[in-house]
Design a protein around this ligand. Sequence first.
Ligand SMILES: [Zn+2]
Length: 317
Amino acid sequence: MPPGTASKVVYDRGMRRALGILLALSGRVSAAPPHIGDDAAITLLYGTAAPSVNPCADDAAPIECMIADRYATDPKAKAIALALYQSSGDIAGVGEDEVMDGGYRGKIHLVPQLPTGRYRQHLARVAAAMKSIDEFLASDQSGDSARRYRWRALAFRFVRSINKRTPSAYATAWSIEYNVEGSLLTSERGVRETLFHELFHLNDEDHGDWSAKTLASDYDAIVAKCGEHVRCYAPYAPNDTRVIATGSYYAFQQDNGNSVHEYAAELAVRYLKEQTEILSKQKLSRPAFKCGPPENARAWKSLVDEFFGGYDRVPEC
Ligand SMILES: [Zn+2]
C-alpha cells in the first residue's frame, strides 16, 4: 500500500473513533439485531470523507439521515439506498483505498466509489438482487427459527479497481466489497449469483469455517486426482464460472485463498439455481448436482443440512 494511502487510512480510523464516541454519548441504540450500528454506518458511508461532526447526530433516524446526506448529489441513487436500508437493514457505502493481494490475480488497487451517477445501476442491481434473495431465503426458512443463516443488515462496500476487472467482490465480517468494474457484475443475474456466493462466505465464516472442516477431505482428493487437467474437474464443478486467464473452474482455481471456501460458495450458488428452477419450471435444465459423482452427493447433503435446514426441492436421483 503506498505511504500516502496508509496515512490517510489511519487518519480516517482516528476520525471514526472520535465520531463513534460522540454517537455513543448521544445515547442512541439501534433496534432489533442484526443491525449495523451508527458508528459502523459512518465508517461505511463516508470512508475517508467522514465529517468531523456527525451531520445527523440529532436526527431521530440517524442512519437514514446519513444515507440521505451522502447521496444528496444523486436523488435517484438516494431513493434506492434508502429503500434498501428500510427493507433489509443493508447499507450501501464505500470500501477503503487499498492495494490487495489478489493471489492468482496479482496485486489490485481498489479505491472507494459510491454507486452514484454512472455507477448507480450497480446500486439498483444490488437492491434488486437482495430483494430476490430475501424472497427466496425467507420462503425457504419459514417455520424454522432455529436455522442460522443471515442475509440482512449487510454492509456493502463499493469500490472501483484500477486497470483490472477483478475481483468482482469479496466478503468478510458481514461486509461485501463490491467492485463496480467487476467482470461478473454486468447483469442482474451476475450480480444476484455473485452476491449469493459472497453471502455464503459470510455464513460459512459465521458457522466456524464450516467448509474447511466439512468439505476439505473430498475437495483435496479431487484436486489431487485431477491436478492440472481442467476437464477432469467438470463433473465436480458446481457452477460454470471459469477463470479467463487459466481456464480453471472457479471452484477449483488454486492460489485463491483457501479454495475450498470458493467450492462451497459455488455450491451454494448451484443450490440457489436449482431450487429457483424447480420453483419456476418444476424441472431442471441439466442433471442435478447431487446426481453426479458421490463426492457431489455428499457435499450437497452436508450443505443443505447445515445451511438450508435440509430443505431440497430437487427430486431424488
Ligand atoms: Zn468467493
